[in-house]
Design a protein around this ligand. Structure first.
Ligand code: ACO
Length: 323
């Protein structure tokens, strides 16, 4: 059977970093509060000339380099983002043009922080359905542009950045030992919209709006939703937590990551944590975490890797793949 196999990965971060202490003169907060409640120590913040498209392009080029490919090899680009350069056209098409690619097709996918997990699951279907052989899956965000910088309960949590994977169709045996995407489970429930949303949009206010979040409410739901969707994915693949080599969760909050891993019985040393370095970069967080764990030699070819995310909507999902 056809499998969607990871051929390369890449990342890009804005030049400027902001430490927790940099917020102390802006809002009533402290490095100690932010570290204790979230695990975040710094985040990258885009300058005016750094956009979702430019960061996405840089991450895509890095992923193509690591795959030993050029844009000519790619059939499809899926960009997961909630902070597009324009309301339309899709920023994926802008990235396609920046890459000098005038063949194939490109579209954006909007599932907030779950966007990258949704995009990998979608790319896998395009590949297995025979509509594309090589897909660039990108998560790129500039949440700094939609933050209310006077709201201490949200502005300290988010950062900007981008990450990308190149997936390629390869023949597999249909077994759990195959490389590539092995199982996926996606969920959403719009009843929770008011707990995490942006208070503007083209069809309502005609403005971009700002991120609003009832953090405590999101937290209350997060661990249960994450563990449910992961257990569904384990069930589909016929594995248990012990079989995993690496757990690469969405990087929103270290306490949510720890509680989810504990509930699932995933050993602490198998959990990739980068929330301290990047903050919550929404759809970019999972591919950025992957890039760190691949670069430092933890994730290697043949490893069984579980990706997971949960975010606005609510949306949530998990993808199991063999690297
Ligand atoms: N500095 C200092 N104090 C603060 C800050 C801050 N930056 N922000 C809030 N506080 C205060 C609050 O006002 C509150 O004060 P009060 O007790 O006097 O009312 C107190 O700290 C505790 O606030 P809580 O909201 O209860 O703090 P909590 O421990 O829940 O941590 C946090 C807040 C970090 C937001 C947490 O709830 C969280 O991580 N939630 C989930 C976020 C998440 O996972 N989002 C999903 C993905 S995001 C996406 O999809 C876009």
């Amino acid at each position: 059977m056809i499998r969607s196999v990871v051929r390369g990965n890449g990342a890009a971060l804005p030049r400027r970093t902001m430490k927790n202490a940099d917020f102390e003169g802006m809002v009533e907060t402290s490095d100690e509060w932010i570290v204790q409640r979230t695990g975040i120590r710094q985040r990258h913040v885009a300058a005016d000339d750094e956009t979702t498209a430019s960061l996405g392009e840089a991450a895509a080029r890095a992923a193509l380099d690591s795959a030993g490919m050029t844009p000519a090899d790619i059939d499809l680009i899926i960009l997961a983002t909630s902070t597009p350069n324009n309301t339309f056209p899709a920023t994926a098409v802008e990235i396609q043009n920046r890459l000098g690619m005038h063949h194939g097709f490109a579209f954006d996918m909007q599932a907030v922080c779950s966007g990258f997990v949704y995009a990998v699951a979608t790319a896998d279907l395009y590949i297995r359905g025979g509509l594309a052989r090589r897909v660039l899956v990108i998560g790129s965000e500039t949440f700094s542009r939609i933050l209310d910088w006077n709201d201490r309960s949200t502005c300290v949590l988010f950062g900007d950045g981008a990450g990308a994977l190149v997936l390629e169709a390869q023949e597999g045996a249909g077994a759990i030992t195959d490389r590539g995407v092995l199982a996926a489970s996606l969920r959403s429930d719009g009843a929770h919209k008011d707990k995490l949303f942006v208070d503007g949009g083209p069809s309502t206010t005609g403005t971009v709006g700002h991120l609003r979040m009832e953090g405590r409410e999101v937290f209350k739901h997060a661990v249960g939703m994450i563990t449910d969707v992961i257990e569904a994915t384990f069930g589909e693949a016929g594995i248990t937590a012990q079989d995993l080599d690496w757990f690469v969760p969405h990087q929103a909050n270290k306490r949510i990551i720890d509680a989810s891993a504990r509930k699932l019985g995933i050993a602490e040393e198998k959990v990739v944590v980068t929330v301290d370095l990047h903050g919550n970069t929404s759809a970019a967080s999972v591919p950025l975490a992957l890039s760190v764990a691949v670069a430092d030699g933890r994730i290697k070819r043949g490893d069984l890797v579980l990706l997971e995310a949960m975010g606005g909507g609510f949306t949530w999902g998990a993808v199991l793949l063999r690297w």
